[in-house]
Write a protein that binds this ligand. Structure first.
Ligand code: G6P
Ligand code: MG
Length: 215
């Protein structure tokens, strides 16, 4: 029996991947190397510091912990300058409609995001009324693929993990959902998200009826 759906934020509800990309690329260029959109794929669903480690590995650069923290803060400041300008129409197609459809069928709706900036986006885009519980990167100690963020989401919704379906655009997120004993719908390409129970291109392809077929 499916009682709740838990959504990742970046790449599922909002298209923030391009802002992360612009900010990481600016940092790479400053450090003297190129950073492509293909490189950026590797950062999806990955925590801020782990993302920086991947970026530095691409550039072949080794830095002290202190310097890394400084660069991560700089990237975040740049990223925030973009999300602070986001508008409600930057919700991905079908997201609002599907979340409302779930509510009309009494399915609980949660958010499980690894981002420490999630609440800024929630406030900018006025997303709070769409969710019954929100867990973000400030409330977890273990990043995806650890299931902590989704397990905390299930707990906040008071639903057992087996009755939850997670929606994720990153391979690390799919892995987290499965580790947590939840069903998972991948948002994106089956090449990357093949382990999910179902893969769709976007939430506009989802419906309550399709969700119920996952049982
Ligand atoms: C999401 C994004 C990642 C990002 C991570 C941390 O998982 O997909 O690209 O690195 O959140 O985001 P933050 O806003 O805390 O830097
Ligand atoms: Mg994501």
């Amino acid at each position: 029996m499916i009682k709740a759906c838990i959504f990742d934020l970046d790449g599922v509800i909002v298209d923030t991947a391009r802002y992360h990309f612009i900010a990481w690329r600016a940092l790479a260029n400053e450090l003297g190397f190129e950073f492509t959109e293909e490189d950026n794929e590797r950062l999806k669903g990955v925590s801020r510091m782990a993302s920086l480690d991947i970026l530095l590995e691409i550039g072949g650069i080794e830095l002290s912990q202190g310097k890394k923290e400084e660069l991560a803060a700089k990237k975040n400041e740049n990223y925030r300058s973009y999300i602070l300008k986001m508008k409600p129409d930057e919700l991905l197609p079908g997201a609002e409609e599907f979340l409302k459809e779930l509510k009309s069928h009494k399915i609980l709706v949660g958010m499980g995001s690894g981002s420490k900036n999630a609440m800024t986006i929630v406030e900018r885009l006025k997303l709070k009324p769409l969710f019954d519980a929100i867990i973000d990167g400030t409330q977890v100690t273990h990043a995806k693929p650890d299931p902590e963020v989704f397990l905390k989401g299930a707990e906040a919704l008071d639903v057992e993990p087996e009755a939850c379906v997670v929606f994720e655009d990153a391979a690390a997120g799919v892995e987290a959902a499965l580790k947590g004993g939840m069903k998972c719908v991948g948002i994106g390409s089956p090449d990357v998200l093949g382990k999910a129970h179902l893969v769709v291109a976007g939430l506009s392809e989802m419906s309550y009826e399709k969700l119920m077929q996952l049982k």
